[in-house]
Write a protein that binds this ligand. Structure first.
Ligand code: SAH
Length: 220
């Protein structure tokens, strides 16, 4: 007989596999590593208990402090666009609940993640430790300044929208590295997810699609 917990876990697994089929494969997520990780990471562990029934739904979910865990598709798509692998070192801006951090940590060598809200960071650190992640370093601070001690990064992923690409992040991107970041455009009413590539010291910028992220806060 299944105990209650095992039955719950089996239920979450089937919700998760349905999420991967309906929300990711049916759209444009084709990267095998991304699909495997999205099938494995227990997203329901990252949302507040009162939101657990919505963990696998096709939308962002509130995580407290006026912040949200991104929609599953957005997490998968940003990860796929970064094109990172087992040897990569990645910088994440906006740890939030730590879900995107965990997804990256399953794919890359090390994730450095910065969060500006102390309560969210403390919860995410506790959760990531409980789930056994050993290749994640986190810190409290303004992610717009990056984390120069560990630069350069093969990938940089920002989960909050900026008005311009923070110069420190461009500086800390490795040559042949990629950055995905939501940028506010059109007089403040619209955001685009942008892919930045550094190659031979040259920066190129490609607009991917319209998004809605929380704003990147300034430090202090
Ligand atoms: N990937 C996260 C997204 C959280 S929302 C998740 O799935 O949970 C974006 C996060 O960015 C919030 O937690 C917010 O507090 C944080 N944030 C906003 N401005 C920031 C800044 N300047 N530096 C670091 N984190 C920031």
């Amino acid at each position: 007989m299944f105990g209650r917990n095992q039955r719950d876990e089996a239920g979450y697994l089937s919700q998760r596999l349905r999420m991967v089929d309906d929300q990711l494969r049916r759209r444009d997520i084709v990267d095998a590593a991304v699909l495997a990780v999205m099938s494995a990471v227990p997203r329901h562990e990252f949302v507040p208990p009162e939101m657990i029934d919505e963990a696998y739904e096709d939308h962002p979910v509130p995580i407290g402090c006026d912040q949200t865990i991104s929609q599953p598709y957005i997490v998968a798509s940003m990860t796929q666009e970064l094109g990172v692998g087992p040897e990569s070192e990645v910088l994440e801006i906006g740890t939030g609940c730590g879900y995107q951090t965990a997804v990256l940590a399953e794919i890359v060598k090390h994730v450095y993640s910065i969060e500006i809200i102390p309560e969210l960071l403390a919860e995410a650190e506790e959760r990531l430790k409980r789930l056994g992640y050993a290749n994640i370093s986190t810190r409290l601070g303004n992610g717009a300044l990056g984390w120069p001690e560990h630069a350069p990064y093969d990938g940089i992923l920002a989960a909050a929208a900026a008005y311009e690409i923070p110069p420190a992040l461009i500086e800390q991107l490795a040559d042949n590295g990629k950055m995905v970041i939501p940028l506010v455009t059109g007089g403040g009413y619209h955001q685009d997810l942008v892919l930045i590539t550094k190659s031979g010291g040259q920066i190129s910028q490609q607009t991917l699609y319209g998004v809605r992220f929380v704003p990147l806060r300034s430090g202090g």
